[in-house]
Each structure stands twice: as C-alpha cells, then as structure tokens.
Design a protein around this ligand. Structure first.
Ligand code: CAA
Ligand code: NAD
Length: 283
C-alpha cells in the first residue's frame, strides 16, 4: 500500500513526536487536535527539537525547513479525507477513541489505514467501531518518540496481513524497530512496565522509602535511565492510571489494582510533567 500523507490526531507529547518523525521521514503530515493551543505547543516543540538537531550538526537548516514544510496544522477532522494513514494519539479513553474511529471511518477514503497509538486498550474493540476492522491496527510508539527505537505493532483480530506489512515497512522508514505483539491488555510494554511503576507508587504510599530513594534504587541498582516515579511523571499520571485500569479490568486480577495514591494525584490534577506537578514539581 502506498502511503504519502499521514494524519496524526492528538498533538500532545506523543502525537507531536509522531508527527515529527513522520515529517522527518518525508511524509506529508497533518497534525490535528481539538485544541489550537495544543497544536501550537506541539509545533513549537517540534521546531525546538529540530533546531537542536541543526545545532548539533545532525540536520541541515534546509532539512529542517523541508521537514517543517511537510507539517500542516489541522483543526478540521475532514482533512482525514486526504490521508492514506491516520495515527491516533488522543487521550487513553475507549469512548473517546471509538467515537473518533467511527467518525474517521466516515471521512477517510476506503484505502486509508486507521492506526492507534493506544498504550493498552484492545485494538479489536477500537476496530469494531468501524466498518473496516481489517484496516485498523495498533502502532504503539514509545516516549520520547524521536529518541526511542521501538514501535510495538499490534494486530487486532481482523487486521489484514497487508496492513500489518505496510505498517511494519513505514516503521522501518521512520528509522524505528517494529516488534509484533498480540492484542491483549497492555500488550507487552505496559503489561510489564506499568505494574512496576504502580508497585513503586505503592512503596511510596506505604512509606517504604522516599520518592528520591525509590528512584535512586531503580536507577543505580537496575540501570534504568529514569526511576519509576520520574518515569511516571514523564509518561503522565493520567495515562498511567488509565493503563492500570485497563490491565485491572482486562485481566480481572487484583495484582493490577491501581494504587490509591495514583488515583489521588490524578484527581488533584497532578498529572506529572505536562501539568508541572506530579511526584515531583517542574518549571
Ligand atoms: N523529546 C525529544 N528528544 C529528547 C527528549 C524529549 N522529551 N528528551 C531527551 N531527548 C533527546 C536529547 O535531545 C538527546 O538527543 P541527542 O542524542 O540527539 O543529543 C537524547 O535524547 C539524550 O538526551 P539527554 O542526554 O538530555 O538525556 P538522557 O540521556 O537522560 O536521555 C531519555 C533522556 C532518552 C528520556 C532517557 O532518560 C530515557 O530513556 N528515559 C526512559 C524513557 C522510557 O522508558 N520511555 C518509555 C516510556 S513508556 C512508553 O512510552 C509506553 C507507554 O505506552 C506509556
Ligand atoms: P497528551 O495528554 O499529551 O495528549 C493528548 C492530546 O489529545 C491532547 O492534545 C488533547 O487535546 C487531544 N485530544 C483529546 N481528545 C481529542 C479528540 N477527540 N480529537 C483530537 N484531539 C483530541 O497524551 P499523550 O501522552 O500524548 O498520549 C496520547 C496517547 O498515546 C494515549 O492513548 C496514550 O496512552 C498513548 N501513549 C502515551 C505514552 C506516554 O508516555 N505518554 C506512550 C505511548 C503511548
């Protein structure tokens, strides 16, 4: 399948990173969001990251200008009519995603692949909101997108082989490494990562150690680049909670119960880096 134009939906930390790497790889990209502020923020962040690449001699000014020239901001979902591939990266909520996929199914041409960057939600259920489940697939990027090599590719029950192969080829074109995973809650990445983060939050909740100590143990003891509480702030505590809820509901096992402290922080609006406060505070 020939993909030239990609629409990324959601201009948050993941969507802006996905739009950046797609534009860098030569695709024409619409960066869509319901919030103009988020689009502006996303594009400004891409500009900043590309400028840093130029400063470091990893990209020329011309390449930067060409990359930015391939990015078009969008606040009209009808732009999906021009896309060969849509990559959705909105909030981790099944109702929001299924409503969006049903709308996209009406707007996008029949050949268009609808991919989701969901962290944990069933691809099969998202696909069922459309009349083209064979063209729906999970394309799970890692944060920060421009740096992390992995894309977990998840087939829904009905995903066509041709669609899988197209997404695998695009992943390689983005200079990323595809890994195929089946459609189970949290896939592999978050089934393994998120219970560790949740356990670190329990350890803090139970007063086993300070947040700094917990992070230091995992950084120095296990060679993790970030401690689990710093990583949770980086991912977004709302996203962490939604993923734990998906695991808890999907497997029905209490070992996935989200820590009450995580719930409390999310209720307080302390979502981590993106709101300036989570386990730590940020400027
Ligand atoms: N966006 C884009 N680029 C970034 C970045 C960001 N937010 N943060 C750092 N970088 C870039 C820097 O520009 C630098 O690039 P160059 O090599 O070209 O100079 C490079 O990354 C290294 O940065 P630093 O030296 O400043 O910092 P570092 O060595 O501490 O690395 C890090 C930063 C890559 C974020 C590292 O701390 C790390 O790997 N952390 C863990 C990240 C992780 O686990 N991600 C997965 C989260 S889970 C997920 O994504 C799935 C999910 O569904 C929740
Ligand atoms: P974010 O909160 O930074 O951004 C979400 C964006 O979606 C916001 O800009 C919001 O305005 C927009 N949005 C919400 N509803 C929308 C709609 N109906 N139409 C268009 N835009 C809409 O979130 P994020 O961290 O970028 O996460 C986005 C998705 O990526 C989630 O599914 C999340 O689970 C997944 N993900 C997150 C990470 C991570 O580390 N944060 C890693 C991998 C995957």
């Amino acid at each position: 399948m020939d993909v030239k134009t990609i629409m990324v939906i959601g201009a948050g930390q993941m969507g802006s990173g996905i739009a950046q790497v797609c534009a860098m790889a030569g695709y024409d990209v619409f960066l869509h969001d319901i919030s103009q502020q988020q689009i502006d923020k996303g594009l400004a962040n891409i500009e900043k990251l590309l400028s840093r690449q130029v400063e470091k001699g990893k990209m020329t000014e011309e390449e930067k200008a060409a990359t930015l020239g391939r990015l078009t901001p969008s606040n009209d979902l009808q732009n999906a009519a021009k896309a060969d591939l849509v990559i959705e990266a909105v909030v981790e909520n099944m109702d929001v995603k299924t409503k969006l996929f049903a709308e996209l199914d009406q707007i996008a041409p029949t050949h268009t692949i609808l991919a989701t960057n969901t962290s944990s939600l069933p691809i099969t259920e998202i696909a069922a909101a459309t009349k083209r489940p064979e063209k729906v697939i999970g394309m799970h990027f890692m944060n920060p997108v421009p740096v992390m090599k992995l894309v977990e590719i998840i087939r829904g029950l009905a995903t066509a082989d041709e669609v899988y192969e197209t997404i695998e080829a695009i992943t390689r074109k983005l200079n990323k490494v595809p890994v195929e995973v089946n459609d189970f809650p949290g896939f592999i990445s978050n089934r393994v990562l998120m219970p560790m983060i949740n356990e670190a939050i329990y350890a803090l909740y139970e007063g086993v150690a300070t947040k700094e100590a917990i992070d230091e143990v995992m950084k120095l003891g296990m060679n993790h680049p970030m401690g689990p509480l710093t990583l949770a702030d980086f991912i977004g505590l709302d996203t962490c909670l939604y993923i734990m809820e998906t695991l808890h509901e999907g497997f029905g096992d209490d070992k996935y119960r989200p820590c009450p402290l995580l719930r409390k922080y999310v209720k307080a609006g302390w979502l981590g880096r993106k709101t300036g406060r989570g386990f730590y505070t940020y400027e």
